[in-house]
Design a protein. Structure first.
Length: 92
């Protein structure tokens, strides 16, 4: 339960970001934490990768994702690459 409480707000925000609405986001939210439990409650970057996969962001990539994770969630470049499945991020 502590794991969910720690990441609930971030996961819900990301689900809303990717899916655009609260109803779809709520459904994805539960799926994300179900997958996270199966994965042994991974760290934040891995959890965000689960959010991304759950919300089908790979099908509809967003060119602002790196900035979202960098500035809003204060993740490192390495964590962002892990989430986005990229080797090297382009600097803007």
């Amino acid at each position: 339960m502590e794991y969910i409480e720690r990441y609930a707000n971030d996961v819900l925000r990301l689900c809303i970001y990717y899916l655009g609405g609260m109803e779809d986001a709520k459904e994805a939210f539960y799926q994300v934490f179900s997958e996270a439990a199966k994965a042994g409650n991974p760290d934040r970057a891995e959890l965000f990768a689960i959010v991304r996969t759950t919300c089908v962001a790979d099908i509809f990539p967003d060119e602002n994702e790196a900035d979202l994770f960098r500035f809003y969630f204060d993740l490192t470049e390495e964590e962002i690459r892990e989430i986005l499945g990229q080797g090297v991020l382009a600097r803007v």
